[in-house]
Design a protein around this ligand. Structure first.
Ligand SMILES: [Zn+2]
Length: 197
């Protein structure tokens, strides 16, 4: 993220200063072949400056910018755009492959917003094969919530997300339950029956 305010800029400068302090020794570690330009064995940090030393790498970048600032800025912009797409794709993969984790993080955000306790760990969040209420197979929708989507329920809503008070059920069962008690749901069912539903 590019800094927007002076406070952000200060924070970022401080962060980089600390990072450099932590990694200073890595800068002087001699690994790989000598720099092609000056023969120095001082290498760049991991993954950078494959053929040049840190100083020559920085000088090359500086000279390229001085020769044609617009081109360098355009290249940087293109790289940021590519990076954004890569990050977005990674996010999608992450959300789909680590469903329990996503569910956990979403619940954590909800708990914070609602001001209810949140003391569960990811281990408390078990996604069963079938809904424990309706017996239907739990299956995630593709970017949409389905009746059979797994949904994290607080058994007693007022207690919040605490171990023993959470269970994964179908979205359908969870929306019928919400924070109603059994009497209320039964009355709704009775009314529906009277309507022939
Ligand atoms: Zn060099």
């Amino acid at each position: 993220m590019a800094p927007r305010t002076e406070a952000e800029r200060t924070y970022q400068r401080e962060w980089h200063r600390k990072w450099r302090a932590r990694n200073d020794e890595n800068m002087d570690v001699v690994v790989g072949p000598p720099c092609r330009k000056c023969g120095s064995l001082k290498r760049m940090r991991n993954g950078q400056g494959k053929t040049r030393c840190a100083e020559c790498h920085a000088r090359k970048n500086r000279e390229a910018y001085q020769a044609n600032p617009a081109l360098v800025l355009a290249k940087n912009r293109a790289w940021r755009e590519r990076r954004r797409l890569i990050d977005r794709a990674r996010g999608i993969v992450y959300r789909y492959t680590r469903h329990a984790r996503t569910m956990y993080k979403n619940a954590q955000a909800r708990a914070r917003a609602q001001g209810v306790p949140f003391t569960i760990t990811e281990a408390d969040l078990v996604i069963p094969e079938r809904c424990p209420v309706l017996g239907i197979v739990l299956r995630r929708g593709d970017r949409v919530t389905l009746p059979c989507s797994p949904s994290l329920d607080k058994i007693r809503p007022e207690l919040g997300y605490v171990p023993g008070n959470v269970i994964v059920m179908s979205h359908l069962a969870n929306t019928i339950k919400r924070d109603a008690d059994s009497k209320t749901v039964r009355r709704v069912a009775d009314w529906m029956e009277a309507q022939g539903l």
